[in-house]
Design a protein around this ligand. Structure first.
Ligand code: 6GU
Length: 247
């Protein structure tokens, strides 16, 4: 997976993604990351990349020319037209399924906007996907691009080892993760649930599955319709939901 991030703040992208699991994936060449400085492509003699909006209004608009030329340089380098993701609160809200789908691409281009927006004409020309990371407003697209790159990279084969495996975590099966405990057995007067110390593997698995169901029912009942539950588990979940509403 090769990421190409078109941005006015390349150091933000370079500094933000070179640590921990992604840092290791970069070292191992499982992913690559190129931060393309849009300003390097401006033809303006003062190196300007933005201007006032036609029709008036607050703020500045990023101009089409440097963004288009930065994109064209990436296209020429890789030899085909890749998917181009524009980060915007107006886009489709990012989720785990989208991360899995994007992880199948060979290259992904991220276009990070700033100021009041980007000239619509260059968006029409190059963007294939508009994506938001949630219903709140950020100052620019860099953090959303980094969030997406993190979520996509962990779906790329071999980025996670067995321990970190993508298969057993929150959103697997559309259920939330069960609670975890480590040493010591008693901390601040609180005991680890005894079943986890019992050494009885089947009972541990049963307890963890119940905890996942309880957590999902209480915290994210909206996920349950997509979860794959047995008939017994559906009854169990209905009881939790009924009990909660009874309180
Ligand atoms: Cl993708 N961009 C900006 N600027 N704000 C956001 C966002 C994106 N997603 C949520 N808020």
């Amino acid at each position: 997976m090769n990421y190409h991030v078109l941005t006015l703040f390349p150091e933000m992208i370079e500094q933000g993604l070179n640590t921990s699991i992604l840092g290791k994936a970069l070292d191992r060449d499982l992913i690559s990351l190129e931060a393309v400085n849009i300003r390097d492509y401006t033809t303006n003699k003062h190196m300007k990349v933005d201007d006032y909006p036609y029709g008036g209004g607050a703020g500045m608009v990023m101009q089409a020319q440097p963004i288009y030329d930065a994109y064209k340089a990436v296209e020429k380098k890789i030899g085909y037209s890749p998917r181009v993701i524009y980060l915007t609160p107006q886009g489709k809200v990012f989720n785990q399924q989208m991360a899995k789908d994007f992880a199948r691409e060979k290259d992904l281009v991220f276009l990070c906007g700033h100021y009041e927006g980007v000239d619509e004409r260059v968006l029409e020309e190059i963007v294939t996907d508009e994506v938001s990371i949630g219903d709140y407003v950020l100052t620019g697209g860099e953090l959303p691009a980094m969030v997406m790159i993190d979520a996509i990279s962990r779906m790329v084969p071999a980025v996670l080892n067995n321990e970190e495996s993508a298969e057993f975590d929150s959103f697997h099966d559309n259920l939330l993760e069960y609670p975890q405990y480590s040493r010591p057995e008693t901390w601040n007067g609180k005991q680890v649930p005894p079943v986890l110390l019992s050494g009885h593997h089947a009972n541990v698995e049963k307890w963890r599955r119940e905890q996942s169901l309880i957590r999902t029912a209480i915290r994210r009942p909206d996920l349950l319709e997509k979860a794959d539950l047995t008939a017994k588990e559906k009854v169990f979940v209905e009881k939790i939901l009924a009990n909660r509403e009874g309180l």
